[in-house]
Design a protein around this ligand. Structure first.
Ligand code: FES
Ligand code: FE2
Length: 443
């Protein structure tokens, strides 16, 4: 197995952070990542709202395994390995559906939606000592954080809440936009990228590629009367949240479907937005309401989950199929109570920027695939993410959030003790908007 020692340079004294590009191109590194990262961490499975009614089920691939989760007739949600305990065939063969039983199509063993084996052909062909309970569907360990379901294949993993560390505060800011609970809109976006999975982690929390990479979008938005542009200064910051999680948070200067009005949404919606915002202030006070409604969040939950709470709220997880290839699944989450015009406005806003055919995703795809192509030049060996390493007050244009990811990656890959800092600031959380850090996207 690969020795990852020396693949990351974290030189606090000189403010230099680099990683070797074989981390993005090597098959051996990818195999080690599967073993040392994906087999050990909590991985996103889905959302409770996807199995709203008893008998609902959803099929998914997580951590290289076929899995499905179902709400049983006892109302409990369970995850199952999608393999028949008889001789292995996939039990759940639809991406989603509803039913009381799952019958294996190979030899017709039948399981209920709690996973118990309840029938098979030729019952008399089995001896009395054969215990049917032994042959129930098997389950990975699953836990929920406020409706977001995660699984782990590591029996020794810490509980999910501990694992999520400071990321929970930022999930709360996203979830608390709902009067009730968040729910996933039916359907998903699936696409592939010809690049290493870690490039998408970086890109999803990169705070300063907006102007050069997404120029078309900015021009389009400017044409609609928004304030986007190179000289607009706004509050923004990056934070390491512990355990390799991090966030890039910025002021939503062009509105946010939660409750921050912008001309994009139309003059006639002003009152509706003001009422929504007031409800947030009543519930949480002005500071937290501001963070929920007026700040965006690009939250990375180590290793492969991104929650973007921006023009819409999207949950995106991805899986590396090769060093230079990944599969992405993305879902839109919305406040459970939202419907009608507000919902279509939000979905519009989401698809315009974040959808696979929107303004942002194809640009990002092009940028990341271009990096991967550049890695063919073996002679150029290191990539750099040192920006802001010496600063006390990291701005959204700094790279602290990526360093936090790579530090955890390096610790997992080498077995060295975990270290989250190396920057001049400690890992910390930020719940207020004190000490505003103003920066334009290109400064
Ligand atoms: S493999 Fe499922 S019944 Fe035989
Ligand atoms: Fe982007």
């Amino acid at each position: 197995m690969v020795d990852a020692n020396g693949l990351v340079i974290d030189d606090a004294e000189n403010g230099v952070f680099r990683y070797h590009r074989t981390t993005l191109t090597s098959q051996e590194v990818l195999e080690a990542e599967r073993d040392r990262i994906f087999e050990k961490c909590w991985l996103y499975l889905g959302h409770e709202s996807e199995v709203e009614k008893q008998g609902d089920y959803v099929r998914r691939d997580v951590g290289g395994r076929p899995i499905f989760f179902a709400r049983g007739s006892d109302n409990q949600i369970r995850a199952f390995y999608n393999t028949c305990t008889h001789r292995g065939a996939l039990i759940c063969r639809m991406d989603k559906g509803h039913g009381d039983v799952f019958q294996c199509f190979y030899h017709a063993w039948t399981f209920n939606n709690r996973g118990e084996l309840i029938g098979r052909p030729d019952e008399a062909g089995y001896s009395e000592g054969f215990d049917k309970a032994d042959m129930a569907l098997r389950s990975p360990r699953m836990e929920s954080y406020r409706g977001f379901l995660f699984v782990t294949f590591n029996p020794h993993a810490e509980d999910l809440s501990t694992y999520l560390a400071g990321a929970k505060e930022y999930m709360d800011l996203m979830i608390d936009q709902a009067d009730t609970d968040m729910r996933v809109v039916a359907g998903s976006n699936k696409y592939v990228m010809k690049c290493n999975w870690k490039l998408l982690v970086e890109n999803s929390i990169d705070g300063y590629h907006l102007i050069p990479t997404h120029n078309t979008y900015l021009e389009y938005m400017a044409g609609l009367g928004t304030k986007y542009g190179p000289n607009v200064r706004r509050w923004s910051r990056t934070l390491a949240l512990g355990n390799g999680h991090s966030v890039l948070s910025s002021e939503a200067i062009n509105g946010k479907p939660v409750a921050a009005w912008s001309p994009l949404y139309g003059e006639d919606t002003k009152e509706e937005f003001a009422q929504k915002r007031q409800r947030l202030v009543d519930r949480f006070g002005e500071d937290k309401a501001w963070l929920i409604a007026n700040a965006t969040r690009n939250l990375h939950i180590y290793p492969n989950l991104i929650i973007n709470d921006v023009a819409g709220t999207t949950v995106r997880s991805f899986w590396p199929t090769a060093p230079g290839h990944l599969e992405v699944s993305a879902w839109e989450v919305v406040p459970g109570e939202e419907e009608g015009r507000a919902l279509s406005r939000r979905l519009d806003s989401f698809l315009t920027f974040l959808g696979p055919g929107g303004f942002a995703t194809p640009d990002d795809c092009e940028a990341l695939e271009s990096c991967q192509e550049g890695f063919l030049c073996d002679e150029v060996q290191w990539s750099d993410i040192s920006r802001g390493m010496h600063e006390q007050n990291p701005k959204g244009t700094h790279e602290l959030q990526m360093r936090s990811f790579w530090r955890r990656w390096y610790a997992d890959m080498t077995g060295k003790p975990r270290f989250d800092t190396g920057d001049s600031i400690p890992v910390r959380e930020d719940r207020t908007r004190e000490e505003p850090v103003l920066a334009s996207d290109d400064d």
